[in-house]
Design a protein around this ligand. Sequence first.
Ligand SMILES: *[C@@H]1O[C@H](CO)[C@@H](O)[C@H](O)[C@H]1NC(C)=O
Ligand SMILES: *[C@@H]1O[C@H](CO)[C@@H](O)[C@H](O)[C@H]1NC(C)=O
Ligand SMILES: *[C@@H]1O[C@H](CO)[C@@H](O)[C@H](O)[C@H]1NC(C)=O
Ligand SMILES: *[C@@H]1O[C@H](CO)[C@@H](O)[C@H](O)[C@H]1NC(C)=O
Ligand SMILES: *[C@@H]1O[C@H](CO)[C@@H](O)[C@H](O)[C@H]1NC(C)=O
Ligand SMILES: *[C@@H]1O[C@H](CO)[C@@H](O)[C@H](O)[C@H]1NC(C)=O
Ligand SMILES: *[C@@H]1O[C@H](CO)[C@@H](O)[C@H](O)[C@H]1NC(C)=O
Ligand SMILES: *[C@@H]1O[C@H](CO)[C@@H](O)[C@H](O)[C@H]1NC(C)=O
Length: 558
Amino acid sequence: MFNLSSLLIPFFFLVAFFGYTTALTDRFAKEDGSTDHPCNPSSNAYCGGTWKGIENKLDYIEDLGFTAIWISPIDKNIEGDPAGAGEAYHGYWNINYEEYNEHFGTQDDLLSLISAAHKRDIWVMVDTVVNSMALVGPYDQVDYSKVYPFNKEKYYHPYCIIDWNKSDNKTNIQDCWQDSGVLLADLNVESSDVKKYLDKHIHSSVQQLDFDGLRIDAVKMMNESFFPDFVKSAGVFSMGEVFDYDPNVLCDYMNYDIGVTNYVVRLGLNFSFMAHDKFQPNKGFGTLKDQTELMTSGKCSNSDLGQMLIFLDNHDLPRYASYTDDQAIIMSAYSFAILWDGIPSVYYGQEQGFYGGLDPANREALWTSKYDQTNPYYTMIKTIVNFRKQVMKQDSDFTRHNYTIIEAELNHVAAKKRDVFLLYNNLGSKDNGTVYKVPTQYSENEVVSDVFGHRTLTVGHGGNITATLTSGYPMVLYPHTKLSDFRLPTINQTVMPTTAREKTTTVYTSFYSPTYSTRSFHGSQGLITMSSSPRAIPSFETLFFTFVFTALAFILFC
Ligand SMILES: *[C@@H]1O[C@H](CO)[C@@H](O)[C@H](O)[C@H]1NC(C)=O
Ligand SMILES: *[C@@H]1O[C@H](CO)[C@@H](O)[C@H](O)[C@H]1NC(C)=O
Ligand SMILES: *[C@@H]1O[C@H](CO)[C@@H](O)[C@H](O)[C@H]1NC(C)=O
Ligand SMILES: *[C@@H]1O[C@H](CO)[C@@H](O)[C@H](O)[C@H]1NC(C)=O
Ligand SMILES: *[C@@H]1O[C@H](CO)[C@@H](O)[C@H](O)[C@H]1NC(C)=O
Ligand SMILES: *[C@@H]1O[C@H](CO)[C@@H](O)[C@H](O)[C@H]1NC(C)=O
Ligand SMILES: *[C@@H]1O[C@H](CO)[C@@H](O)[C@H](O)[C@H]1NC(C)=O
Ligand SMILES: *[C@@H]1O[C@H](CO)[C@@H](O)[C@H](O)[C@H]1NC(C)=O
């Protein structure tokens, strides 16, 4: 069995991710590529996105630089709206593990998407629900024969509804059911029948469909002892949904072979860039510093930050852009999250400046953006992603190191890692220009380029720089000689237009992956080899282990 915590998942993993709690295969693209179909997120109904739709939009994802996508759960879900809680457009209300959600397409469509993605070296991570099956309530009227294969009461934990006020009671959280309008009947994963089926099913599903990674839903609501065997059976990198701000809780899950989403640093980003920490009002970027330190101490002190997903938006949180319409602040926070330690993840719509609030508003249909590849957010994300890819290509150790924060004050932060230097503030577009004198890792007289602002500067005495941030946009520095042969799209911060704020919904994420021609992958602790069985599809045979680590691996650059 492999132990994730001993691996490095390199990072670039942006995920074109549709999916997640409310995922959004349904919201990414229509099969015919049309962009005029209305989709009102608050109707909680299917909007018509499909696997074919995603396949037809792989250019859009590839052009952004993403190397992995995260798609919604694929299993058949509750049909219609029998509980008055909306339709299962997100894919989390599964009723049959052996049939597909036909709203998203056929098995052939799914195979076609995955194979088309692989041809572009884009890996596919599938969201998977193993905590529960969906039953129409109320409890005294549930009909187990409506679900398959767990069609008897005996496959479930005894009925009780989770009481979130008792979150320290594991039995309550892990074994009780959830009432989401439909009842999410809690599978008894401790029983050998259930466990054996789920392990076998995920194994054959990954083999048959050729998935590169799993995102496991509702991990906190499951017995953690379930995961090691499950992940081993899947044989691919697995990321668990652990929606928790406590670093000790997050890092503990990594002992069960799953990567996690870094909510701790996400919180620091949220408050620091918004210059508004309700708990510590005068802290500014000090909050970010505190949060990053939490992730390197306590139970996290030996955990691999490179296996944690770093993000701002997802389908469970109000979009970051819903808190402000200041583009400099939004772009600063988004770019910072793509460059920071971890696997960067972008939720579809960030690249179009979507700003939906709390679920379901954050689930806009991406087609309402007309997939504008000239949008300033799209350009910015593409630039930063390509920059990170270039750094990883030039420095195979980049992802094994952590950033060091040089200064973290109320209004600015400076940080360095290897050859990358970041200087950000939270003053926003109205800032007339603020001068910072900061020490760097560079040597005196070295010429460095600012990827964000397309300008160069010469490092001063003792390695210090004197830098002016204008209009709230950051400075992302890299030695000029290293960057010169790389044509990044130009971001002209002085002409960034204010994006029209139209309401829409969407989702995606992508992770950066390696190329399929490479067969190994460097973890933090060295080269990783997997002992999983070979893949069914010959051309991917040896690939298997590389990509266990998946998509994230970025082998291309190791
Ligand atoms: C949980 O606590 C909140 C706030 O004290 C209370 O309103 C709610 O009824 C409680 N829920 C349950 C299930 O007891
Ligand atoms: C979790 O699984 C273990 C091993 O099967 C079992 O001993 C324990 O009681 C389970 N915990 C809960 C909360 O069900
Ligand atoms: C924990 O929750 C379970 C399920 O609701 C309940 O049966 C049990 O009494 C609770 N234990 C404690 C110590 O409250
Ligand atoms: C993020 O920051 C905004 C603005 O300060 C705040 O309203 C919101 O509650 C924060 N959200 C999270 C999830 O921390
Ligand atoms: C990065 O931080 C993690 C978590 O504390 C730690 O285990 C690891 O050794 C650090 N990496 C380096 C290169 O210092
Ligand atoms: C920018 O300059 C203008 C004109 O001098 C001034 O009114 C405004 O307050 C300044 N803004 C900031 C954020 O310093
Ligand atoms: C560089 O900047 C630091 C921090 O501002 C300062 O303490 C130091 O004296 C500067 N070094 C030189 C050589 O100017
Ligand atoms: C950036 O915008 C400024 C102000 O509009 C303009 O003078 C400059 O030529 C632009 N630079 C590029 C590279 O487009």
